[in-house]
Design a binder for this molecule. Sequence first.
Ligand SMILES: [Zn+2]
Length: 412
Amino acid sequence: MVFTWIFLAALGAATSTRLWLSLRQIRHVRAHRGAVPGMFAGSIPLAAHQKAADYTVEKARLGIVDTLLDAAILLALTLGGALQWLSDLGQRAFAVESLWHGAALILSVLLLKGALGLPLNLYRIFVVEERFGFNRMTLGLFCVDLLKGLAVGAVLGIPLLLLILWLMQAAGPLWWLYVWAVLVAYSLFLQMIYPAVVMPLFNKFSPLTDAVLAARVEELLRRTGFRSRGLYVMDGSRRSSHGNAFFAGFGAAKRIVLFDTLVSRLQPAEVEAVLAHELGHYKLHHIVKGMALSWGFSFLLLLVLGALAAEPWFYHRLGLQTATLPMALLLFMLVMPEFTFFVQPLMSRFSRHNEYEADRYAARNADAAELVRALVKLYHDNSATLTPDPLHSAYYDSHPPAAMRIARLRTT
Ligand SMILES: [Zn+2]
């Protein structure tokens, strides 16, 4: 029984922490809704500040519903008996120790979770994003995206799943080590094919045509000694008016991608500064460090799974009679986030540290004042709050609060 209680305690602690942080965020943002913080007073109008506050509160409310829904689904699947029921159902078609039974079980649970999350996702895009003027997506495009996403997920995911399940059965007690090696190799493979094969299925990429901007960017790349497979503008505006810039891929396949929304809203010098920040992530090895960290983390998790999968109590205390290795993998994928949730602040801290470093890199290789101007515009356009709850921000945010980032940029 002890493990049942440990699981319930983790679920309870993680869920109540999530709810508590959301409520703090709502309260804090509301309390600061009345006035634009001093350092932004000249650049962000009160109406935009209030819109950002309302948008943030609405997103936090959605987060609360999502948290409760997730906890209910997890309980229903495990102690509620839904997983056992699905497993029994699968046994009518496949032998319980076969690869196909395991694959069918895992895929059906993933599909079920996706389907249960769908109404909230629709509400987020077509009600919340719509109301705040960010949504550019039609219901038709949403359905096409969903089907394409399922097809891509099936093509890329099902062979991997079958390989993992086969290794679990055939590779002996060290199967978890082989599975880890496969996951590492697969993540590298995905990084390589993603920009060239997967992303074009969802978006159009065209070469940057703005000659002034292109010249600035070429000069920046030359200055920083950066080689890439080209500079592209992506039609992000088909789905949303939120703007962004990013790198995709790595090694020789890396390309620089700017959202069309970013190019149309920012001045060339501001785009250059944003790009210099992104280059900073690359040059300072943040991408490689992030990958190494996630590989280390998945190594630890698989080590734990390898030990748990051999213990009958792991299945029984989570409400399962069927103790197969695929079931162990599935249970682990469902239950582990309730434990790893408490590592989140460390991950966020690592990410914010990298953001400051990339900002310093941008200040050295482009103009810090232009980056500040770009950030203010992006915060304004994306209705990102300038006054997040400090604890909520420390727990979740991958980027430091605007005020802190800008204060540091002004002193470098
Ligand atoms: Zn960054």
